[in-house]
Design a protein around this ligand. Structure first.
Ligand code: SF4
Length: 541
Protein backbone atom coordinates (compact mmCIF):
# COMPACT_ATOMS: atom_id res chain seq x y z
CA UNK A 1 0.00 0.00 0.00
CA UNK A 2 1.26 3.49 -0.80
CA UNK A 3 0.85 5.88 2.11
CA UNK A 4 1.05 9.43 0.81
CA UNK A 5 1.49 12.67 2.71
CA UNK A 6 0.59 15.53 0.38
CA UNK A 7 3.43 17.78 1.47
CA UNK A 8 7.20 17.56 1.81
CA UNK A 9 9.13 14.82 3.62
CA UNK A 10 10.05 17.34 6.28
CA UNK A 11 6.43 18.22 7.04
CA UNK A 12 5.00 14.72 6.62
CA UNK A 13 7.52 13.02 8.85
CA UNK A 14 6.87 15.64 11.51
CA UNK A 15 3.18 14.71 11.51
CA UNK A 16 2.43 12.24 14.26
CA UNK A 17 -0.82 11.06 12.65
CA UNK A 18 1.07 10.05 9.51
CA UNK A 19 3.66 8.15 11.52
CA UNK A 20 0.98 6.36 13.51
CA UNK A 21 -0.73 5.24 10.30
CA UNK A 22 2.58 4.03 8.90
CA UNK A 23 3.19 1.92 11.97
CA UNK A 24 -0.37 0.61 12.09
CA UNK A 25 -0.35 -0.47 8.44
CA UNK A 26 3.01 -2.18 8.81
CA UNK A 27 1.73 -4.02 11.88
CA UNK A 28 -1.17 -5.41 9.84
CA UNK A 29 -0.59 -9.04 8.91
CA UNK A 30 -1.65 -8.50 5.28
CA UNK A 31 -0.27 -5.06 4.39
CA UNK A 32 2.99 -3.22 4.10
CA UNK A 33 3.15 0.55 3.65
CA UNK A 34 5.67 2.49 1.60
CA UNK A 35 5.80 6.25 2.07
CA UNK A 36 5.46 9.00 -0.52
CA UNK A 37 5.86 12.75 -0.14
CA UNK A 38 5.96 15.74 -2.44
CA UNK A 39 9.45 16.04 -3.88
CA UNK A 40 10.16 19.19 -1.88
CA UNK A 41 8.34 21.82 0.09
CA UNK A 42 8.40 24.26 -2.82
CA UNK A 43 5.90 21.97 -4.53
CA UNK A 44 3.33 22.52 -1.78
CA UNK A 45 0.61 23.47 -4.23
CA UNK A 46 0.83 20.04 -5.75
CA UNK A 47 2.37 20.88 -9.10
CA UNK A 48 5.24 18.54 -9.66
CA UNK A 49 6.91 17.10 -12.70
CA UNK A 50 8.84 14.45 -10.82
CA UNK A 51 7.50 10.90 -10.79
CA UNK A 52 6.76 10.08 -7.15
CA UNK A 53 8.88 7.21 -5.84
CA UNK A 54 8.52 5.44 -2.51
CA UNK A 55 10.98 6.18 0.26
CA UNK A 56 11.42 2.49 1.04
CA UNK A 57 12.12 0.88 -2.31
CA UNK A 58 11.97 3.65 -4.93
CA UNK A 59 8.95 2.00 -6.52
CA UNK A 60 6.69 4.28 -8.55
CA UNK A 61 3.30 5.20 -7.10
CA UNK A 62 1.48 3.55 -10.02
CA UNK A 63 2.84 0.13 -8.88
CA UNK A 64 0.63 0.11 -5.78
CA UNK A 65 -2.81 -1.46 -5.58
CA UNK A 66 -4.01 0.88 -2.84
CA UNK A 67 -2.99 4.52 -2.52
CA UNK A 68 -3.94 6.06 0.82
CA UNK A 69 -3.60 9.80 1.36
CA UNK A 70 -3.27 11.16 4.88
CA UNK A 71 -4.60 14.72 4.65
CA UNK A 72 -4.81 16.67 7.89
CA UNK A 73 -4.84 20.17 6.32
CA UNK A 74 -7.01 21.70 3.64
CA UNK A 75 -4.19 23.78 2.16
CA UNK A 76 -2.55 20.54 0.96
CA UNK A 77 -5.57 19.46 -1.11
CA UNK A 78 -4.02 20.31 -4.48
CA UNK A 79 -1.24 17.83 -3.87
CA UNK A 80 -3.75 14.95 -3.94
CA UNK A 81 -4.54 15.19 -7.67
CA UNK A 82 -1.06 16.68 -8.20
CA UNK A 83 0.73 13.53 -7.07
CA UNK A 84 -1.66 11.29 -9.02
CA UNK A 85 -0.98 13.29 -12.19
CA UNK A 86 2.77 13.09 -11.62
CA UNK A 87 2.44 9.32 -11.31
CA UNK A 88 0.51 9.04 -14.57
CA UNK A 89 -2.75 8.15 -12.79
CA UNK A 90 -5.99 9.84 -13.84
CA UNK A 91 -6.81 12.28 -11.04
CA UNK A 92 -10.61 12.11 -11.43
CA UNK A 93 -12.36 9.02 -10.18
CA UNK A 94 -14.80 9.03 -13.11
CA UNK A 95 -11.89 8.74 -15.57
CA UNK A 96 -10.27 5.78 -13.82
CA UNK A 97 -12.03 2.81 -15.30
CA UNK A 98 -9.59 0.24 -13.94
CA UNK A 99 -10.49 -1.19 -10.59
CA UNK A 100 -7.06 -0.54 -9.14
CA UNK A 101 -5.36 1.38 -7.79
CA UNK A 102 -7.97 2.10 -5.20
CA UNK A 103 -7.55 5.67 -4.01
CA UNK A 104 -8.59 6.63 -0.54
CA UNK A 105 -8.03 9.56 1.79
CA UNK A 106 -8.43 10.20 5.48
CA UNK A 107 -7.24 12.71 8.01
CA UNK A 108 -8.89 15.46 10.03
CA UNK A 109 -9.83 17.76 7.16
CA UNK A 110 -11.21 14.91 5.04
CA UNK A 111 -13.16 13.59 8.02
CA UNK A 112 -14.72 16.98 8.68
CA UNK A 113 -15.74 17.47 5.05
CA UNK A 114 -14.76 14.94 2.40
CA UNK A 115 -16.61 16.72 -0.41
CA UNK A 116 -13.93 19.05 -1.85
CA UNK A 117 -11.74 16.01 -2.63
CA UNK A 118 -14.67 13.70 -3.46
CA UNK A 119 -14.23 13.68 -7.27
CA UNK A 120 -10.65 12.40 -6.89
CA UNK A 121 -11.36 9.58 -4.47
CA UNK A 122 -12.74 6.07 -4.59
CA UNK A 123 -13.40 6.36 -0.91
CA UNK A 124 -12.81 8.61 2.04
CA UNK A 125 -12.41 7.39 5.59
CA UNK A 126 -14.36 9.36 8.19
CA UNK A 127 -12.81 9.28 11.64
CA UNK A 128 -9.67 7.77 13.08
CA UNK A 129 -8.28 5.35 10.51
CA UNK A 130 -5.70 3.77 12.80
CA UNK A 131 -8.59 2.34 14.82
CA UNK A 132 -9.76 0.46 11.74
CA UNK A 133 -6.30 -0.81 10.88
CA UNK A 134 -5.85 -2.17 14.37
CA UNK A 135 -9.01 -4.20 14.44
CA UNK A 136 -11.64 -2.83 12.11
CA UNK A 137 -13.19 -3.93 8.90
CA UNK A 138 -11.88 -1.73 6.09
CA UNK A 139 -8.39 -3.14 5.98
CA UNK A 140 -9.64 -6.70 6.21
CA UNK A 141 -12.08 -6.02 3.36
CA UNK A 142 -9.35 -4.39 1.28
CA UNK A 143 -7.08 -7.37 1.82
CA UNK A 144 -9.88 -9.76 0.80
CA UNK A 145 -10.58 -7.72 -2.30
CA UNK A 146 -6.94 -7.69 -3.29
CA UNK A 147 -6.59 -11.42 -2.68
CA UNK A 148 -9.76 -12.43 -4.51
CA UNK A 149 -8.96 -14.16 -7.75
CA UNK A 150 -12.04 -12.73 -9.48
CA UNK A 151 -11.31 -9.14 -8.60
CA UNK A 152 -10.50 -8.22 -12.17
CA UNK A 153 -13.95 -9.32 -13.28
CA UNK A 154 -15.73 -7.03 -10.81
CA UNK A 155 -16.45 -3.49 -11.95
CA UNK A 156 -15.21 -0.67 -9.79
CA UNK A 157 -18.80 -0.01 -8.71
CA UNK A 158 -19.16 -3.65 -7.59
CA UNK A 159 -15.97 -3.33 -5.64
CA UNK A 160 -17.06 -0.13 -3.91
CA UNK A 161 -20.44 -1.69 -3.12
CA UNK A 162 -18.58 -4.31 -1.12
CA UNK A 163 -17.20 -1.57 1.08
CA UNK A 164 -20.38 0.45 1.54
CA UNK A 165 -21.38 -0.80 4.98
CA UNK A 166 -17.96 -0.69 6.56
CA UNK A 167 -17.86 1.80 9.45
CA UNK A 168 -16.24 5.09 8.44
CA UNK A 169 -16.28 4.39 4.69
CA UNK A 170 -17.67 7.15 2.49
CA UNK A 171 -17.91 6.31 -1.21
CA UNK A 172 -18.31 9.69 -2.96
CA UNK A 173 -19.54 8.24 -6.26
CA UNK A 174 -22.62 6.90 -4.46
CA UNK A 175 -23.78 10.41 -3.54
CA UNK A 176 -24.98 13.08 -5.92
CA UNK A 177 -25.66 16.68 -5.02
CA UNK A 178 -28.42 18.74 -6.55
CA UNK A 179 -27.96 22.53 -6.33
CA UNK A 180 -30.59 25.27 -6.60
CA UNK A 181 -30.32 28.52 -8.59
CA UNK A 182 -28.71 30.29 -5.65
CA UNK A 183 -26.00 27.64 -5.51
CA UNK A 184 -27.25 26.04 -2.31
CA UNK A 185 -27.57 22.28 -1.99
CA UNK A 186 -31.18 21.36 -2.72
CA UNK A 187 -30.87 17.64 -2.14
CA UNK A 188 -28.32 14.89 -1.61
CA UNK A 189 -29.24 11.70 -3.43
CA UNK A 190 -27.79 8.49 -2.09
CA UNK A 191 -27.52 5.23 -4.02
CA UNK A 192 -29.65 2.48 -2.49
CA UNK A 193 -27.81 0.55 0.18
CA UNK A 194 -25.33 3.30 1.05
CA UNK A 195 -25.70 5.15 4.37
CA UNK A 196 -27.18 8.64 4.33
CA UNK A 197 -24.59 9.72 6.84
CA UNK A 198 -21.30 8.03 7.57
CA UNK A 199 -20.59 7.81 11.25
CA UNK A 200 -17.02 8.71 12.25
CA UNK A 201 -14.94 5.88 13.68
CA UNK A 202 -13.28 6.72 16.98
CA UNK A 203 -10.40 5.17 18.75
CA UNK A 204 -12.15 4.24 21.98
CA UNK A 205 -10.64 0.95 23.02
CA UNK A 206 -8.41 1.26 26.09
CA UNK A 207 -6.13 -1.30 24.41
CA UNK A 208 -5.50 0.78 21.28
CA UNK A 209 -1.84 1.53 20.65
CA UNK A 210 -0.51 4.83 21.98
CA UNK A 211 0.23 7.36 19.24
CA UNK A 212 4.01 7.87 19.41
CA UNK A 213 6.63 8.62 16.75
CA UNK A 214 8.15 5.56 15.18
CA UNK A 215 10.70 7.10 12.83
CA UNK A 216 13.25 9.80 13.59
CA UNK A 217 14.85 11.85 10.87
CA UNK A 218 17.04 14.92 11.27
CA UNK A 219 15.43 16.39 8.14
CA UNK A 220 11.91 16.23 9.56
CA UNK A 221 10.16 18.80 11.71
CA UNK A 222 10.50 17.57 15.32
CA UNK A 223 12.88 14.98 13.84
CA UNK A 224 14.85 14.76 17.07
CA UNK A 225 11.81 14.35 19.31
CA UNK A 226 9.66 11.48 20.38
CA UNK A 227 6.17 12.85 19.84
CA UNK A 228 3.51 11.42 22.15
CA UNK A 229 -0.18 12.16 21.78
CA UNK A 230 -1.12 12.12 25.44
CA UNK A 231 -4.73 12.95 24.75
CA UNK A 232 -7.19 13.30 21.94
CA UNK A 233 -10.06 15.76 21.98
CA UNK A 234 -10.95 18.58 24.32
CA UNK A 235 -14.11 18.93 26.33
CA UNK A 236 -14.07 22.73 26.42
CA UNK A 237 -16.06 23.10 23.24
CA UNK A 238 -14.81 26.54 22.21
CA UNK A 239 -17.14 27.49 19.41
CA UNK A 240 -14.57 27.90 16.65
CA UNK A 241 -12.46 24.83 17.46
CA UNK A 242 -12.85 21.57 15.57
CA UNK A 243 -10.81 19.67 18.15
CA UNK A 244 -13.32 20.67 20.81
CA UNK A 245 -16.16 19.02 18.87
CA UNK A 246 -15.17 16.25 16.47
CA UNK A 247 -12.77 14.44 18.76
CA UNK A 248 -15.23 13.86 21.56
CA UNK A 249 -15.08 12.13 23.95
CA UNK A 250 -11.81 13.37 25.43
CA UNK A 251 -9.36 10.52 25.80
CA UNK A 252 -6.27 10.74 27.99
CA UNK A 253 -3.52 8.15 27.80
CA UNK A 254 -2.12 6.88 31.12
CA UNK A 255 1.61 7.32 31.71
CA UNK A 256 2.03 3.57 32.22
CA UNK A 257 1.08 3.06 28.56
CA UNK A 258 3.87 5.21 27.11
CA UNK A 259 6.43 5.00 29.90
CA UNK A 260 8.61 2.49 28.04
CA UNK A 261 8.54 4.64 24.90
CA UNK A 262 9.77 7.72 26.74
CA UNK A 263 12.41 5.73 28.63
CA UNK A 264 13.81 4.41 25.37
CA UNK A 265 13.66 7.81 23.67
CA UNK A 266 15.41 9.55 26.56
CA UNK A 267 18.10 6.84 26.59
CA UNK A 268 18.73 7.74 22.94
CA UNK A 269 18.96 11.45 23.68
CA UNK A 270 15.55 12.41 22.27
CA UNK A 271 13.40 15.22 23.55
CA UNK A 272 9.84 14.14 24.39
CA UNK A 273 7.24 16.31 22.63
CA UNK A 274 3.85 16.06 24.32
CA UNK A 275 0.93 16.73 22.02
CA UNK A 276 -2.74 17.02 22.81
CA UNK A 277 -5.49 19.61 22.68
CA UNK A 278 -6.22 19.00 26.37
CA UNK A 279 -2.74 18.70 27.89
CA UNK A 280 -3.97 20.83 30.78
CA UNK A 281 -6.65 18.26 31.58
CA UNK A 282 -4.30 15.26 31.65
CA UNK A 283 -4.72 13.82 35.14
CA UNK A 284 -1.02 12.85 35.32
CA UNK A 285 0.57 15.85 33.64
CA UNK A 286 2.88 16.71 36.55
CA UNK A 287 3.82 13.06 36.97
CA UNK A 288 4.59 12.65 33.25
CA UNK A 289 6.83 15.72 33.16
CA UNK A 290 8.61 14.79 36.40
CA UNK A 291 9.21 11.27 35.11
CA UNK A 292 10.82 12.52 31.90
CA UNK A 293 13.20 14.69 33.93
CA UNK A 294 13.96 11.84 36.35
CA UNK A 295 14.92 9.71 33.38
CA UNK A 296 17.38 12.43 32.43
CA UNK A 297 15.42 13.75 29.44
CA UNK A 298 13.77 16.97 28.37
CA UNK A 299 10.30 17.70 27.07
CA UNK A 300 8.42 20.26 25.04
CA UNK A 301 4.73 21.08 25.36
CA UNK A 302 2.32 22.24 22.70
CA UNK A 303 0.02 25.14 23.63
CA UNK A 304 -1.51 24.57 27.06
CA UNK A 305 -4.49 26.14 28.81
CA UNK A 306 -3.73 28.25 31.90
CA UNK A 307 -5.20 25.78 34.39
CA UNK A 308 -2.54 23.28 33.33
CA UNK A 309 0.24 25.67 34.23
CA UNK A 310 0.37 24.85 37.93
CA UNK A 311 3.39 26.10 39.91
CA UNK A 312 4.82 22.58 39.66
CA UNK A 313 4.35 22.36 35.88
CA UNK A 314 6.00 25.76 35.45
CA UNK A 315 8.91 24.65 37.64
CA UNK A 316 9.32 21.45 35.61
CA UNK A 317 9.13 23.38 32.32
CA UNK A 318 11.92 25.66 33.48
CA UNK A 319 14.00 22.69 34.68
CA UNK A 320 13.54 21.07 31.31
CA UNK A 321 15.12 24.13 29.70
CA UNK A 322 11.95 25.18 27.90
CA UNK A 323 12.61 28.63 26.49
CA UNK A 324 9.11 29.51 25.28
CA UNK A 325 5.65 29.01 26.74
CA UNK A 326 2.73 29.08 24.31
CA UNK A 327 -0.62 30.47 25.38
CA UNK A 328 -3.74 30.85 23.26
CA UNK A 329 -6.08 33.55 24.58
CA UNK A 330 -7.54 33.82 21.00
CA UNK A 331 -9.20 37.11 21.85
CA UNK A 332 -9.03 39.75 24.57
CA UNK A 333 -12.30 41.57 25.27
CA UNK A 334 -14.70 39.98 27.76
CA UNK A 335 -17.45 40.22 25.19
CA UNK A 336 -15.53 38.23 22.56
CA UNK A 337 -14.39 35.68 25.12
CA UNK A 338 -18.03 35.03 25.94
CA UNK A 339 -18.99 34.74 22.29
CA UNK A 340 -16.28 32.23 21.41
CA UNK A 341 -16.87 30.27 24.61
CA UNK A 342 -13.31 30.57 25.89
CA UNK A 343 -13.74 32.70 28.97
CA UNK A 344 -10.33 32.83 30.55
CA UNK A 345 -9.81 36.22 32.24
CA UNK A 346 -6.98 38.31 30.81
CA UNK A 347 -5.65 38.83 34.34
CA UNK A 348 -5.02 35.09 34.54
CA UNK A 349 -2.80 35.22 31.48
CA UNK A 350 -0.93 38.27 32.80
CA UNK A 351 -0.36 36.54 36.10
CA UNK A 352 1.01 33.52 34.25
CA UNK A 353 3.35 35.65 32.15
CA UNK A 354 4.93 36.91 35.36
CA UNK A 355 5.20 33.43 36.84
CA UNK A 356 6.64 31.85 33.69
CA UNK A 357 9.28 34.53 33.23
CA UNK A 358 10.21 34.54 36.93
CA UNK A 359 10.63 30.76 36.79
CA UNK A 360 13.20 31.17 34.02
CA UNK A 361 11.18 30.74 30.82
CA UNK A 362 12.21 33.86 28.93
CA UNK A 363 9.83 33.91 25.94
CA UNK A 364 6.06 33.92 25.63
CA UNK A 365 4.07 33.13 22.50
CA UNK A 366 0.44 34.22 22.18
CA UNK A 367 -2.09 33.08 19.61
CA UNK A 368 -4.95 35.41 18.66
CA UNK A 369 -7.64 35.40 16.01
CA UNK A 370 -9.26 38.34 14.26
CA UNK A 371 -12.50 38.37 12.31
CA UNK A 372 -14.49 36.30 14.79
CA UNK A 373 -18.29 36.59 14.55
CA UNK A 374 -19.65 39.96 15.76
CA UNK A 375 -16.12 41.36 16.31
CA UNK A 376 -15.88 45.16 16.55
CA UNK A 377 -12.97 47.60 16.35
CA UNK A 378 -12.99 47.78 20.17
CA UNK A 379 -12.53 44.01 20.40
CA UNK A 380 -9.52 44.30 18.12
CA UNK A 381 -8.05 47.16 20.13
CA UNK A 382 -8.44 45.03 23.23
CA UNK A 383 -5.91 42.59 21.75
CA UNK A 384 -3.23 45.30 21.52
CA UNK A 385 -4.07 46.44 25.06
CA UNK A 386 -3.79 42.86 26.29
CA UNK A 387 -0.35 42.49 24.70
CA UNK A 388 0.84 45.82 26.10
CA UNK A 389 -0.23 44.84 29.59
CA UNK A 390 1.47 41.46 29.11
CA UNK A 391 4.62 43.30 28.11
CA UNK A 392 4.51 45.44 31.24
CA UNK A 393 4.30 42.32 33.42
CA UNK A 394 6.91 40.61 31.26
CA UNK A 395 9.43 43.43 31.63
CA UNK A 396 8.89 43.67 35.39
CA UNK A 397 9.43 39.94 35.79
CA UNK A 398 12.48 39.90 33.51
CA UNK A 399 14.27 42.84 35.17
CA UNK A 400 15.46 41.04 38.32
CA UNK A 401 16.83 38.24 36.12
CA UNK A 402 19.03 40.67 34.20
CA UNK A 403 17.86 39.46 30.80
CA UNK A 404 14.83 39.86 28.63
CA UNK A 405 13.31 37.59 26.05
CA UNK A 406 10.51 38.35 23.64
CA UNK A 407 6.77 38.15 23.31
CA UNK A 408 5.70 36.65 19.98
CA UNK A 409 2.18 37.47 18.89
CA UNK A 410 0.72 35.22 16.20
CA UNK A 411 -2.38 36.71 14.59
CA UNK A 412 -4.59 34.58 12.36
CA UNK A 413 -7.87 35.34 10.65
CA UNK A 414 -10.76 33.24 11.94
CA UNK A 415 -11.65 30.41 9.53
CA UNK A 416 -15.09 28.77 9.96
CA UNK A 417 -14.70 24.99 10.27
CA UNK A 418 -17.26 22.24 9.69
CA UNK A 419 -18.62 20.48 12.75
CA UNK A 420 -18.20 23.49 15.02
CA UNK A 421 -20.93 25.93 16.12
CA UNK A 422 -19.19 28.60 14.00
CA UNK A 423 -19.45 26.48 10.86
CA UNK A 424 -22.22 28.79 9.64
CA UNK A 425 -20.40 32.04 10.50
CA UNK A 426 -19.23 34.53 7.91
CA UNK A 427 -15.60 35.43 7.57
CA UNK A 428 -15.35 39.23 7.31
CA UNK A 429 -14.28 40.68 3.94
CA UNK A 430 -10.55 40.37 3.24
CA UNK A 431 -10.13 44.16 3.32
CA UNK A 432 -11.55 44.35 6.86
CA UNK A 433 -9.36 41.47 8.03
CA UNK A 434 -6.29 43.21 6.58
CA UNK A 435 -7.29 46.42 8.31
CA UNK A 436 -7.70 44.69 11.67
CA UNK A 437 -4.37 42.92 11.41
CA UNK A 438 -2.75 46.25 10.49
CA UNK A 439 -4.38 47.97 13.48
CA UNK A 440 -2.81 45.52 15.91
CA UNK A 441 0.56 45.51 14.16
CA UNK A 442 0.64 49.29 14.12
CA UNK A 443 -0.26 49.53 17.82
CA UNK A 444 2.60 47.18 18.76
CA UNK A 445 5.13 48.18 16.09
CA UNK A 446 7.30 50.40 18.20
CA UNK A 447 7.22 48.26 21.33
CA UNK A 448 10.54 46.62 22.13
CA UNK A 449 10.59 42.86 22.78
CA UNK A 450 7.37 42.25 20.86
CA UNK A 451 7.32 40.43 17.53
CA UNK A 452 4.05 40.26 15.63
CA UNK A 453 3.45 37.67 12.92
CA UNK A 454 0.32 37.59 10.82
CA UNK A 455 -1.07 34.78 8.73
CA UNK A 456 -1.88 35.63 5.13
CA UNK A 457 -5.48 36.80 4.74
CA UNK A 458 -5.61 35.35 1.22
CA UNK A 459 -4.52 31.95 2.51
CA UNK A 460 -7.09 32.10 5.31
CA UNK A 461 -9.88 32.93 2.84
CA UNK A 462 -8.73 30.06 0.61
CA UNK A 463 -8.74 27.79 3.64
CA UNK A 464 -12.34 28.80 4.40
CA UNK A 465 -13.40 27.91 0.85
CA UNK A 466 -11.57 24.57 1.04
CA UNK A 467 -13.04 23.86 4.49
CA UNK A 468 -16.66 24.65 3.66
CA UNK A 469 -16.52 23.70 0.00
CA UNK A 470 -18.56 21.16 -1.90
CA UNK A 471 -17.46 19.01 -4.82
CA UNK A 472 -17.84 21.95 -7.24
CA UNK A 473 -14.58 23.39 -5.93
CA UNK A 474 -12.64 20.33 -7.11
CA UNK A 475 -12.04 22.07 -10.48
CA UNK A 476 -10.06 24.77 -8.68
CA UNK A 477 -8.14 22.11 -6.73
CA UNK A 478 -7.26 20.39 -9.99
CA UNK A 479 -6.25 23.71 -11.54
CA UNK A 480 -3.90 24.33 -8.61
CA UNK A 481 -2.50 20.83 -9.05
CA UNK A 482 -1.69 21.48 -12.70
CA UNK A 483 -0.44 25.05 -12.53
CA UNK A 484 0.77 26.34 -9.26
CA UNK A 485 -0.72 29.72 -8.50
CA UNK A 486 -2.77 31.61 -5.98
CA UNK A 487 -5.79 29.79 -4.63
CA UNK A 488 -8.05 32.82 -5.02
CA UNK A 489 -6.98 33.06 -8.67
CA UNK A 490 -7.85 29.39 -9.20
CA UNK A 491 -11.30 29.87 -7.64
CA UNK A 492 -11.91 32.86 -9.90
CA UNK A 493 -10.76 31.03 -13.03
CA UNK A 494 -13.21 28.27 -12.18
CA UNK A 495 -16.03 30.79 -11.79
CA UNK A 496 -16.47 30.06 -8.08
CA UNK A 497 -18.00 32.67 -5.83
CA UNK A 498 -15.50 32.95 -2.97
CA UNK A 499 -17.87 35.21 -1.06
CA UNK A 500 -20.57 32.55 -1.05
CA UNK A 501 -18.23 29.96 0.44
CA UNK A 502 -16.19 32.12 2.81
CA UNK A 503 -17.85 35.44 3.58
CA UNK A 504 -21.51 34.50 3.87
CA UNK A 505 -23.27 33.68 7.11
CA UNK A 506 -25.04 30.50 6.19
CA UNK A 507 -28.53 29.66 7.33
CA UNK A 508 -28.72 26.91 9.92
CA UNK A 509 -31.48 25.39 7.81
CA UNK A 510 -29.19 24.86 4.79
CA UNK A 511 -28.06 21.42 3.70
CA UNK A 512 -24.29 21.37 4.13
CA UNK A 513 -21.77 19.39 2.07
CA UNK A 514 -20.55 17.63 5.21
CA UNK A 515 -24.07 16.51 6.17
CA UNK A 516 -22.98 13.17 4.66
CA UNK A 517 -20.78 12.66 7.72
CA UNK A 518 -21.74 12.18 11.35
CA UNK A 519 -19.39 13.03 14.19
CA UNK A 520 -21.88 12.23 16.90
CA UNK A 521 -23.04 15.81 17.55
CA UNK A 522 -26.44 16.91 16.35
CA UNK A 523 -26.76 19.81 13.95
CA UNK A 524 -29.45 21.17 16.25
CA UNK A 525 -27.00 21.38 19.16
CA UNK A 526 -24.41 23.18 17.05
CA UNK A 527 -27.05 25.56 15.69
CA UNK A 528 -28.35 26.41 19.15
CA UNK A 529 -24.86 27.17 20.40
CA UNK A 530 -24.12 29.29 17.32
CA UNK A 531 -27.34 31.29 17.38
CA UNK A 532 -27.10 31.89 21.10
CA UNK A 533 -23.48 33.00 20.76
CA UNK A 534 -24.21 35.58 18.10
CA UNK A 535 -27.39 36.78 19.77
CA UNK A 536 -29.98 35.45 17.32
CA UNK A 537 -33.23 34.16 18.61
CA UNK A 538 -32.87 30.38 18.63
CA UNK A 539 -35.07 28.99 15.89
CA UNK A 540 -36.22 25.46 15.29
CA UNK A 541 -34.38 23.61 12.52
S1 SF4 B 1 -9.55 26.04 21.67
FE1 SF4 B 1 -8.34 24.82 23.09
S2 SF4 B 1 -9.58 24.80 24.97
FE2 SF4 B 1 -10.94 25.40 23.32
S3 SF4 B 1 -11.88 23.49 22.60
FE3 SF4 B 1 -10.09 23.90 21.32
S4 SF4 B 1 -8.45 22.75 22.24
FE4 SF4 B 1 -10.06 22.95 23.78
Amino acid sequence: MALVYPNSYQVGMGNLGFQVLYKAINSHPRFLAERFFLPDSSSRSGASVQVPMSEESSRPLSDFAVIAFSVPFEMDYAAVPGILISAGIEPLQKDRSAQLPLILAGGVSVSMNPEPLAPFLDLAFIGELEEDIEGGLLFSALADILDASDRRSDSKDDLLEKLRNIPGVYVPSAYSFDFDEAGQIREIQVKPGFPHRVRAVKRLSPDSGVPVSVLFSPEAEFGDSLLVETNRGCGRGCRFCASGWIHRPVRHVALSRFHDDISLAVAHGKTVGLIGSDLAGHPQLEEVLARILELGGNFSLSSIRPEGLTPEVIRLMARSGQKTATLAPETASSRMKQIIGKEIPSARFHDLVGKLVSAGIPNIRFYFMVGLPTETDEDVEAISEFVLESRRVFVNASRPLGRIGKISVQLSPFVPKPWTPFQWAAMPPASLLEKRLRTIKEALRKEPNIVVRTESVQDAVAQAVLSRGDRRISGAILRQACARGRWLGAFKEEGLDVGRYAHREQSVAEILPWDVTDHGISKETLAQVFLKAIGHKVEAL
